[in-house]
Design a protein around this ligand. Structure first.
Ligand SMILES: NC(=O)c1ccc[n+]([C@@H]2O[C@H](COP(=O)([O-])OP(=O)(O)OC[C@H]3O[C@@H](n4cnc5c(N)ncnc54)[C@H](OP(=O)(O)O)[C@@H]3O)[C@@H](O)[C@H]2O)c1
Length: 268
């Protein structure tokens, strides 16, 4: 049976989800349709991916079974007005910081809501996708939804109270990793390499380290010790990085993202 899937909001995250579903070819079992308040965005992406789009919600014959809502939280109340009549649809929210109870109250009445916190790596099928469900979603529906989301990366059920931490670590994480890769590339350039070669080496080093850590199950500290021989070049580099507070800086950065995601400033 085909499931109709709408992506509402074709910005960074909506586009990444659409591209991920198309890449995984999971959309072939489904009808995928795009909508954005700015129609050119939906049209451009739909043409790129060879899928459908609408310029107005009321152009649809019937409500989609699944709706990925990928607008900024501040735009959600307006978007919800468009969706209030669709009582049978399952709403997938990627909105940072908005709990299922707030989403439900904006949409009105009992709704089927999936709250997920993906990151932009869903575009290449390597996302991290913590997921929680409103109680109105039954076991079979959960199974079908997890199957669909698995095409976008590593999906797992989570408690809503963990979502703020997972937003800081997984949702924002690609930006932190990209900053680190950029710093490695700049360092390579500083040491005399052309930026293209420095970037390639930085990327392959990050990839190789990640694959090694995943496959070996080693603690990152033990792997670091294996690279850093006594009195060698690596330990000299590590000392300089710790002089600059590298590890504390990363930890404080992720904590700041966590505080923002949980909307609290008073946690000690
Ligand atoms: N980016 C990430 O890495 C990331 C990670 C995890 C979660 N998220 C969540 O994903 C959501 C979207 O973030 P984003 O980075 O993709 O933002 P974005 O690039 O600004 O995309 C949002 C899109 O929704 C459109 N829009 C606004 N109001 C609408 C409405 N009523 N109906 C239909 N479309 C509407 C916007 O159009 P206009 O530009 O014309 O206003 C824009 O194209 C946010 O809630 C964020 O918390 C993002």
């Amino acid at each position: 049976m085909t499931t109709s899937i709408m992506i509402l909001g074709c910005g960074n995250m909506g586009s990444a989800i659409a591209k991920g579903l198309v890449k995984a070819k999971r959309h072939r079992d489904n009808t995928l349709i795009l909508y954005d308040i700015y129609p050119d965005k939906a049209r451009y992406l739909a043409e790129l991916l060879n899928i459908d789009w609408v310029s107005e919600i009321n152009q649809l014959d019937r409500p989609p079974a699944y709706i990925f809502v990928a607008v900024k939280p501040a735009d959600f109340p307006d978007a919800a007005l468009l969706l209030r009549e669709w009582h049978e649809s399952v709403f997938f929210s990627v909105l940072a910081g908005m709990e299922i109870k707030e989403l439900t109250s904006c949409l009105g009445g009992t709704r089927k809501i999936v709250r997920l916190m993906p990151n932009l790596c869903v575009e290449v099928g390597e996302g991290v996708i913590p997921t929680c469900f409103s109680p109105s979603i039954n076991a079979q529906e959960r199974e079908d939804i997890l199957f669909l989301l698995a095409s976008l990366g590593w999906v797992f059920e989570s408690e809503e109270k963990e979502i703020a931490s997972l937003t800081a670590l997984g949702g924002s994480g690609p930006a932190f990793i990209a900053l680190f890769v950029e710093a490695m590339m700049d360092a390579g350039v500083y040491c005399g390499l052309p930026w293209e070669k420095a970037l390639k080496v930085a990327l392959q080093t990050v990839l190789g380290t990640v694959v090694h850590l995943k496959e070996s199950g080693m603690h990152p500290g033990a792997f670091k010790n294996a690279v850093a021989s006594p009195g060698g070049t690596t330990i000299a580099g590590l000392l300089k990085m710790e002089d600059g507070g590298f590890k504390a800086s990363v930890m404080h950065g992720i904590d700041a993202a966590y505080r923002r995601a949980s909307k609290t400033t008073d946690r000690e």
